[in-house]
Structure formats: structure tokens, C-alpha cells
Design a protein around this ligand. Structure first.
Ligand code: NAP
Length: 494
């Protein structure tokens, strides 16, 4: 947490480096505009867009206006865009040039009275030169802080290089590493659900929970990201960050407070408790796939290698049976999977409870299941057994019913308009502006996650475990099903 007394009455400036890029246009500008509309930005907050392109403020602001309208047009109120546009200035600066810092400083003005948040929405290869420019120009002093995006490296060693270069300019408390999953409403709700209720905590362990499944499924292929993706694959692109962050929130011990260090101390313990996957068990505990020809996202797909134009050892699907070696979770596996060109776009968590120890209802009693959907809809439901209504000659019959905890459905049920579904970056940008880093990833978390993932990749290499092809539009290779079905009575919740 950045000291609020340090930020105090200073004027806030949000410097969006890479302000003309894809992430900025699709996510960051619309998020900032919505924060403005909802009154979360200080009246005098300024926004500086930085990129090499010398398009001028007028043109840049027009593009931003279009991007905001495209993304959140239905929610825009009259006057929002006009007010928002006035906050923005575009400055053309090339990070490869030495005058970057001095020119930005001139644009910023009286730095002693400013509270500057830098968002580096650029390639990670630019983090080091940009942080050096910021430091040389003296723009790195507290309370100023920096937000960086994934990927934080492609293994432990390269993540340390990136983290070291950022740490030279900004201490850890002022380094905000975004994992946008942490800004999603339902992900934040996991903390509320687990630690705001007394009913779940006594059941939240291997005595009662049979296993946990987490799926992040995408229907699209790699598209224009092929160059980047071929270097990373599904395990580095999705599992090392988003999937493991979800594991942390589900598996961590109750923190002593909602403060950033209390939360992150508990998350990192989970990552450090993940059982290493080695050459001895990698074939049983992991599955790698690569999409081949098929039909996905409404289109025929030629297959990954055809799209690339050459053979590739990159996986577009990964499934892992993760085990957490501690008292709470020993014996309860977490099955994780993610992939591209799958049949549906969804992110969901299934907490599968154990069957009744003794059923007085024969085989009709099904084990409870907590189902948390993050995408495409945000919804939480708990399946519970009920008596089927009515009278039958054979006596009582059971039926399984969903107890819905969906906020949206609750509003609809009351005849009220459901709240707007926020972009995950809105929460995170607001937290960064306020100096609250609880929902950002700490360096030790990134490194513990890489350490575990590096071990898996190393075992794939040592055992020559290549990705198995799966037809585009299916839920991954056969080995992905075997991974879970090998354990009796367990199947993916497709
Ligand atoms: P992008 O579309 O390529 O945009 C990059 C931005 O950086 C542009 O504004 C570009 O403008 C600017 N830039 C490039 N070289 C520069 C230089 N030498 N000096 C100053 N500015 C420079 O990239 P992106 O997709 O927005 O991604 C940005 C970051 O977010 C990356 O770290 C990426 O890995 C991460 N990310 C992106 C997404 C996504 O959905 N796009 C998702 C997750 C993470 P000029 O060319 O005019 O300089």
C-alpha cells in the first residue's frame, strides 16, 4: 500500500505509455472513461498518452473517443466523453531515445506537487529502458508508482531480469503487476464468499471437498498473436498467471486482514505448497495439446501448424492435475485446463464436494457442487438435494436444485436494472490510483509460480512430451480427458 499521506493533496497524473496500442484502446481508455463517469477520478486528474506516433492530441483523442464508444457506448451518459477528452494530452516519445524522460518531465510540470501513476502498456522489452528514463529524470520518487502487464518473463530467470529492472526505479510497494483476472467481479467475490460467510470455511478442505476443477476455455485460435504465442504456449500465457491466481484465492488460508500483504502472504504460501511435477509423474499429471484442422468460433480452422507455416512444439491446450501439499488440501487435487479453439468460451470453477458418507436415499443423492462461472456470465450456484415435490407410491424422491447466488439474477428478480458489468481494469486502475496493491501480484508470487511451471516445462523437455493434436472445436486431446478420468468417478464438467 502506498502511503496516502505521500500522495496527499498532490495533483494526480495518469501516464499511459503505449496509449495508442491495442490493450489501451480496447480496455484501458474505456475503463478510465467509465471511472470518470462514475466520479472516481479527481476533478483535476490529467492523463498523458505516450507513444512514438506523432498523431497529435486532437487525432489521438478522437481515436480514444471512438474506442470508448465501441466498448462501452451503451453505458455512456451525455457529457462523459466531452469531459473525459479534456483530461487527455498525447505526447510523441520514443523509448529508444535518451530525451524520453526529460521531455515527459517537461510535459508533467512541477513534479514535486504531482502524484504520478505510470501504466506501461508496451512490450516487456521496453520496461527496462522506460524505467531507466523515468529514474534518470527523477520521476520515480514516492508516491509515484508503476503498473506493468503480463507477461512478466517466460521463465523464472527472465522474470527476475524484468523485476530487477523495474525494482531499480520503483520499490515493491510501488510496483503494481496486473493480472486482470483479479479485477473481475466474480474473482473478487471469491474472497467475499470464502471469508464473509461462516458456512463455507468449515467445509473448505480435503475432508469435504473431493476435487476442484478450473477451466479457462477460448473458442478463438492464436490469430495475430502467433509470433508471441509460439514463444509462450498455453502454460506460460494462461496457466502461470490467471489459473494459478485462481488456485491461490480458492486454496489460501484465511488472511488476518484484507490488507495487501496479509492477502498476498497467504497466496504465496499456496504457490510454494504446489507439489513439484517431475519426469516421474509428468505424463500422468499433465496433458499437452495443439489444435489441428476443425471448426471453431463459427469458422473452419486450418490448424496451428498450418497457420504458422512450419512445425511447432507449442501447446495450445494444457491440463494439469495440481496437488497442494498442506494439511488443508492433501488428497484433494485441483484439475486445471485451458486452451484455444475449444467448443465454448467460458471460465468456470467447480468445487465438487464428496458424496454422503451414508445415503438413506439410495443412489438418488448426488454430491453437492459449487459452480462459479466467471465467463461469459458471472454466476455462482450451489447444487443441493431437495425432496422432489408431490406424492408417489414409493415414498420420497430427491431432486437436485441450484441455489443461485447471482447478483445479476437477484436484481432482475426484483425488477431492477442489473448493475453494469464492469471491465476488470476499472477496479485495478482505481486501486492503483488509490495506491492499494492488494489485487496486484507481488514479486514473490510471480517467482513462485514460475518456479513450479519451469519444473513442468523442464519435465516435458526431458521426457520429450510433445503436444497431442486435437481437432479444433473439441475440448482438447484424449490425454486431457484421461488426466481426470484416471481418478475414479471424476470427469470434466463440459
Ligand atoms: P501494441 O498494440 O503493440 O501497442 C504497443 C504500444 O506501445 C503502442 O502504443 C506503441 O505505439 C507503443 N510503443 C511501441 N514501441 C514504443 C517505443 N519504442 N517507444 C514508445 N512507445 C512505443 O501492444 P498491446 O497489445 O497493447 O500490449 C501492450 C502490453 O500489454 C504488452 O506488454 C502486452 O504483452 C500486454 N498485454 C496485452 C494484451 C492485449 O489484449 N492486447 C493482453 C494482455 C497483456 P507506437 O508504435 O506509436 O510507438
Amino acid at each position: 500500500m502506498v502511503s496516502s499521506s505521500a500522495a496527499g493533496s498532490r495533483q494526480q497524473v495518469f501516464v499511459l505509455v503505449g496509449g495508442t496500442g491495442d490493450l489501451a484502446m480496447r480496455m484501458l481508455w474505456p475503463s478510465l472513461a467509465m471511472l470518470d463517469q462514475d466520479g472516481f477520478l479527481a476533478d483535476n486528474l490529467r492523463i498523458i498518452s505516450v507513444a512514438r506516433e506523432d498523431c497529435g492530441t486532437e487525432v489521438c483523442v478522437d481515436r480514444i473517443g471512438n474506442a470508448v464508444t465501441k466498448r462501452v457506448g451503451e453505458s455512456l451518459e451525455p457529457g462523459t466523453l466531452a469531459r473525459f477528452r479534456k483530461r487527455i494530452v498525447h505526447v510523441a516519445l520514443d523509448a529508444a531515445k535518451d530525451d524520453w524522460g526529460a521531455k515527459l518531465k517537461a510535459e508533467l510540470g512541477d513534479i514535486e506537487h504531482l502524484d504520478v501513476v505510470f501504466f506501461l502498456s508496451v512490450s516487456p522489452s521496453l520496461f527496462k529502458p522506460i524505467c531507466e528514463h523515468i529514474e534518470r529524470a527523477g520521476l520515480n520518487k514516492a508516491p509515484n508508482r508503476v503498473i506493468i502487464e503480463k507477461p512478466i518473463g517466460r521463465d523464472l530467470a527472465s522474470s527476475k531480469v524484468i523485476n530487477d529492472s523495474v525494482a531499480h526505479a520503483f520499490d515493491e510497494s510501488r510496483t503494481f503487476r496486473i493480472d486482470h483476472y483479479l479485477g473481475k467481479e466474480t474473482v473478487q467475490n471469491l474472497i467475499a464468499l470464502r471469508f464473509g460467510n461462516v458456512v463455507f470455511e468449515p467445509l473448505w478442505n480435503s475432508q469435504t471437498i473431493d476435487h476442484v476443477q478450473i477451466t479457462i476455455a477460448e473458442t478463438v485460435g492464436v490469430g495475430e498473436r502467433l509470433g508471441y504465442y509460439d514463444e509462450y504456449g498455453a502454460i506460460r500465457d494462461m496457466l502461470q498467471n490467471h489459473l494459478l491466481q485462481l488456485v491461490c484465492l480458492l486454496a489460501m488460508e484465511p488472511p488476518s486482514a484484507l490488507s495487501s500483504d496479509a492477502l498476498r502472504d497467504e497466496k504465496v504460501k499456496v504457490l510454494r505448497s504446489l507439489k513439484a511435477i517431475t519426469v516421474d509423474n509428468v505424463k500422468d499429471h499433465t496433458a499437452r495439446g495443439q489444435y489441428g484442422p476443425g471448426f471453431a468460433d463459427g469458422h473452419p480452422v486450418a490448424g496451428y501448424e498450418v497457420e504458422k507455416g512450419s512445425p511447432s512444439n507449442t501447446e495450445t491446450f494444457v491440463a494439469i492435475k495440481a496437488e497442494i501439499a498442506n494439511w488443508r488440501w492433501a488428497g484433494t487435487p485441483f484439475y486445471l485446463r485451458t486452451g484455444k479453439c475449444l467448443p465454448s468460451r467460458s471460465t468456470e470453477i467447480v468445487i465438487q464436494f464428496k458424496p454422503l458418507p451414508h445415503s438413506i436415499f439410495g443412489t438418488e443423492a448426488k454430491a453437492n457442487r459449487l459452480h462459479i462461472r466467471l465467463q461469459p456470465d458471472e454466476d455462482i450456484s450451489l447444487t443441493v438435494m431437495n425432496k422432489a415435490p408431490g406424492l408417489t407410491a414409493e415414498g420420497t424422491h430427491l431432486q437436485s436444485l441450484d441455489l443461485s447466488l447471482s447478483l445479476i439474477k437477484a436484481f432482475e428478480g426484483n425488477g431492477e436494472k442489473a448493475p453494469r458489468r464492469r471491465i476488470a481494469y476499472e477496479r485495478l486502475i482505481l486501486d492503483a490510483l488509490q495506491g492499494n496493491n492488494a489485487q496486484f501480484v507481488r514479486r514473490d508470487e510471480v517467482e513462485a509460480a514460475w518456479m513450479w511451471v519451469d519444473g513442468i516445462i523442464d519435465s516435458w523437455t526431458k521426457t520429450s512430451m510433445k503436444p497431442q493434436q486435437y481437432p479444433a472445436g473439441t475440448f482438447g486431446p484424449v490425454s486431457g480427458y484421461r488426466l481426470i478420468e484416471r481418478d475414479e468417478g471424476r470427469t470434466w464438467n463440459d
